[in-house]
Design a protein around this ligand. Sequence first.
Ligand SMILES: Cc1ncc(COP(=O)(O)O)c(C=O)c1O
Length: 401
Amino acid sequence: MSSLPIYMDHHATTPVDDRVLAAMIPHFHERFGNAASSAHVYGKAARDAVEESRARVAALLDCKLEELIFTSGATESDNLAIVGAARAREARGNHIVTVRTEHKAVLDTCAALARQGWRVTFLEVDESGMVPVEAVASAITKDTVLVSVMLANNEVGVLQDIAAIGALAHEHDILFHCDAAQGLGYVPFSVRDLDVDLASVSAHKMYGPKGVGALYVREVVQTRGIPAPQITGGGHERGFRSGTLNVPGIVGFGAAAQIMKEEGKTEARRIASLRDALRDRLLDELEEVRLNGAANRCHPGNLNLSFGYLDGARLLLELCEHVAVSSGAACSSAESGPSYVLEAMGVPKEWAAASVRFGLGRSTTEEEIATVGDVVIDTVHGLRERSPLWKRRSEGKPVDW
Ligand SMILES: Cc1ncc(COP(=O)(O)O)c(C=O)c1O
């Protein structure tokens, strides 16, 4: 294992915590029952485990047990929230407001609705990645039925003003969905305190297993038949999402949520200070480095930097031998190309093409931060020494980069 690069891509996914794995294992064999088989002890044990996990996830979100629908992850939760809310509300209007920098699970779902005749406003963001609350206000029309804005951006970590946007949506009696897959447990997010009607979460972003997540739906919203189910079948999850429950996954999700609730705040402070140390060192010791995002409103584990006068693909290739990071572009979809998030923030394309997202997490240590700092500095210096662009710039000649 020691020859593997340092893992610094915790926005893409996190390793399953040992405590989570230990909780899951019995549910693959000894306690393998189907949570819907209520007649016998195998089924009852599975159902009890699911309900215990529901309570743990609900405690993290600060919601009631009946307000959670287990899904296969945040992508499915986003689809269920957006399509399910749109379908249930189509008699009232046909307009959705979202933001250009949302995850593809939101953007592509809204685009699919647009192809079916819905009107979708994709709002612009400012240079730090924030969507101004006034922009949301001006986009709202009498036909708006849903506003969808994420908690923390998965590329640049910027935290949106969920409290203000939720309050605004509710003033207009519009549903508010928040994709909270990134940052949950690290930044304050109580669905009770915030005017959030629907929230998507994912276990594998918080040291739980892949392939499991949940959609929070406010109780009063459920009573209005929202969301309209997207997967029909046996009527599981109170009819909102059919399909045999992934019991080991849900148990892992519950264990991960409980650990996050107990340790998230302390962990957030620790990783934010490591992140700040790495950021300050790289900005101090390297020339022509640009911070993407909002330093004062950021996911504690996120650092997104662009390195000027470099070939981004080459930089990533060399860095990834020692440290597993990603470029802003590679993290949210299988497509390559310049990051649409950085583009929306107005980052010039040559800078956007040489961006690196460092995602710190539970396993990140001070020693790793020191090593990663050394590696980045050496790699950038090495590439620049061989770069004709950098030579021209150093000679004060014009550079068409
Ligand atoms: C903000 C955000 N939303 C949704 C998703 C999709 O989550 P999942 O992998 O659980 O489908 C991700 C994961 O990349 C994400 O970062």
